[in-house]
Design a protein around this ligand. Structure first.
Ligand code: ACM
Ligand code: ZN
Length: 409
């Protein structure tokens, strides 16, 4: 499958044959591989005699093809000329929050189509939240029997979840469009849906309901109980089976420490690990998960709060996704870490356009001005985030466009 042509598309000569068989089956376009180009880079040469597409690898052929289809959609004839194109950043992402509102597979595929059109290369799939756990996990049936559903505004059960075959379908669809999918499993906070299913993983023991209000909630995974880590490692093992990519996002943002402060098990953990307090307990928690992922050859990505409590005891190097601002990106890069920049100021497409307008998104500069060359080299790229507290599936495109196009620029 390839990106469908716009409805008004009248195929130009030479482009017509770029049909559903994909670029490999195309005639009328000469394809040349050039290892000197980056894997995502391409050169498109259009002359009266034909079209030549030179690329560094499959993604480059895909991007070049997308450009050709877009040009054909804009004019009856392709203008002659040469386009040399390639991304400045290796990480060009969009987060789609499927926790606050469950997004049907077809909606996600639609988002992937649009990401491909704008040559994004990462779909950050936010799969767990206080308001819903969206991924079926073998051995933990209550996650999806209980955790995937909340009481909707009309009093009915509201929610949904993805099976392993849904995930495979999304991954295949994304891979065909040269987009990697990075799953996010939130810990230790934003986990009330999981705790509603398994309250024994909390500090107080519950009971809890899947949350119906937005915000930050005090009940989080207990860092003192070994059962918490057994559970999370089982979940992550299944996630790694489903998602072959290198990066696993574990959230780490917005973790109130009230429950840990009052919990005898968490206090014992702080003591036995020689930690200074709850902030270091968060740091210890993330480092333990990072060790688990690293042993399986994966890299942890976390929101910038994973730096709270310090990095001193770390042996590994997480990737930090800075959301609070460029300052957090600067701190992380100066600490020697690789960084994805998706600040509220420019990248939060859940904000109303009256608050975060098109011009603001256009002005987004992922690399903080304060960084020297070495620090700037640690900025992997940027991302837009679509949180969905107020965005049910039928409002996704309204919120993304036209601002996602500006983010692509
Ligand atoms: C976030 O917006 N809490 C990552
Ligand atoms: Zn606890």
């Amino acid at each position: 499958p390839v990106i469908p042509a716009p409805r008004s598309w009248t195929p130009a000569k030479g482009v017509f044959l770029l049909g559903p068989a994909g670029i490999e089956g195309a005639e009328g376009v000469e394809l040349v591989e050039d290892p000197d180009l980056s894997p995502e880079g391409y050169r498109l040469e259009i002359t009266p005699d034909g079209v030549r597409l030179t690329a560094g690898g499959d993604p480059g052929f895909g991007h070049g093809r997308t450009t050709l289809v877009q040009m054909a959609a804009l004019a009856d004839d392709l203008p002659c000329g040469v386009i040399e194109d390639g991304p400045r950043f290796g990480w060009r992402g969009l987060l789609l929050d499927c926790g606050r509102h469950f997004m049907p597979v077809e909606v996600i595929k639609g988002v992937i189509d649009r990401l491909a059109m704008y040559k994004f290369n990462v779909l950050h799939w936010h799969l767990t939240e206080d308001q819903g756990w969206r991924l079926e996990i073998p051995g933990y049936p209550r996650l999806t029997e209980v955790g995937a559903w909340r009481v909707g505004p009309d009093g009915n059960r509201y929610g949904g979840f993805y099976t392993a075959s849904d995930v495979a379908e999304i991954l295949d669809y994304a891979a065909a469009r040269h987009i990697r999918v990075v799953p996010e499993i939130e810990m230790p906070g934003h986990a009330l849906a999981a705790l509603a299913a398994y309250p024994e993983l909390s500090c107080t023991g519950g009971p809890f309901a899947v949350e119906t209000q937005w915000g930050i909630h005090e009940d989080v995974f207990c860092a003192g109980r070994e059962e918490t880590f057994t559970f999370l490692e089982d979940v992550l093992t299944h996630v790694m089976d489903l998602f072959p990519g290198e990066f696993i996002h574990i959230g780490g943002d917005e973790v109130p420490k009230d429950r840990w402060r009052a919990c005898p098990r968490c206090r014992r953990r702080i003591e036995s690990e020689g930690l200074a307090g709850e902030d270091e307990l968060q740091s210890w928690f993330i480092a333990r998960i990072e060790d688990f992922l690293a042993a399986k050859g994966r890299r942890l990505v976390g929101w910038d709060e994973i730096l709270e409590g310090g990095l001193a005891a770390r042996t590994r190097r997480p990737i930090v996704q800075a959301w609070r601002g460029h300052h957090e990106a600067t701190v992380a890069a100066r600490a020697g870490l690789e960084v994805i920049v998706s600040p509220t100021s420019h990248g939060y497409l859940d904000y109303d356009p009256s608050r975060l307008d098109l011009a603001r998104v256009f002005s987004f500069a992922p690399v903080p001005a304060e960084l020297d060359e070495e620090g700037a080299g640690r900025i992997l790229g940027g991302a837009a985030n679509l949180w969905t507290e107020y965005v049910p599936p039928d409002r996704v495109d309204t919120m993304l466009f036209p601002r996602l196009a500006a983010m692509a620029e």
